[in-house]
Design a protein around this ligand. Sequence first.
Ligand code: 8DG
Ligand code: MN
Ligand code: MN
Length: 374
Amino acid sequence: ASSGDETATFSMPIYACQRRTTLDHRNAVFTEALSLLAENAELSQDEGRAVAFRRAAATLKAFPEPLTDARQLRGCPCLGQHSLSVIQDILENGSSREVEATRRSERFKAMKLLTAIFGVGAKTAAQWFQEGIRNLPQLHQSGRVLTRAQQAGVAHYDDLTQSVTRAEADTIGQIVEEAVGAKLPSARVTLVGGFRRGKLSGHDVDFLITHPEEGREEGLIPKVVAHLEARDFLLYHKNNRNSYTEASGTPASTMDHFERCFSIFKLPMPEGGEPHSRQDDVALRRGECRRWRAVRVDLVVCPFSQFAFALLGWTGSKLFERELRRWATQQKNMSLSSHALYDNKQRKYLKAATEEEIFAHLSLEYIPPSERNA
Ligand code: 8DG
Ligand code: MN
Ligand code: MN
């Protein structure tokens, strides 16, 4: 293709689930800018815009070389006018005016701070912002009645806004395995979420639990929670019972129906370890020594026959998951969830024991977890 210019064009597949996206890539300046706009759209509950920016960011994460000229992007999918103008602005001026204005805006800062409270979503934060609440002291002064989750979120705010390390995730993994093993021997615990994708830190730790004899896993969460509570490992938990039936499994949906527990762990810290948070500094100045920190942990239990689907669904990234479901619906006339894959044409469920089999059912090349960082 010699059209008279020297920039090579890459052909990039449209869906993020057709691409290999590793954690390290060449265009962080651009992906961070677009991700901030996506986050802002999410905080404004503008889902359509948020997804558009997420997809644009994902395209740049998969772009194989540093971007120096917008013409390099010809043939790349999911780059709308708005995203392209942000990219152009950064190429010309080193930063995007819109992004920097958003980053500095009072609303964005307050919404980020408020939604960082565990149990507070964009809707609640927007309501509080409307009422003039901008930070934790103002939230306290307002006398708002908080849910039990939000109370825990406020109490452990500093710890929970500090990222979790891989080492901490592994320690929690041992605690969870011990508890699960005590209640249901030969149950399997798998680390999922960002850590399974190779991330070195995360906002929480996610575990998927199953047992090779289907049915044995039923009702496991309350038992494991009781075991953890007796050993003083839990600061907060909320259990959900399994509500899945094949009828509720289709159509493809983001929310699943597994038995699960959203929790805050009380993680013992190594003696004499480095202080982790501002709460530590305060404690240390008071001459106290902090022996633990709070960490968000998600526990999910699935029946063995749904394990591959649950594993795929809980490994993420969120955009990769969304793109898988979009591919299934638009290209295959199938419905994918964390429970099952339904073929609308054959009118039947397609079984799978491994993630590889699910990709094969979807006629997609297998993408390993470390390359699902879209
Ligand atoms: P992070 O914690 O390091 O920030 O990143 P992450 O591990 O990728 O994000 P996450 O918010 O912990 O979510 C991990 C995966 O779990 C993600 O792909 C989406 C999935 N997930 C939830 N909630 C639900 C849910 O209710 N249903 C289903 N099917 N998946 C969910 O987080
Ligand atoms: Mn996670
Ligand atoms: Mn999670």
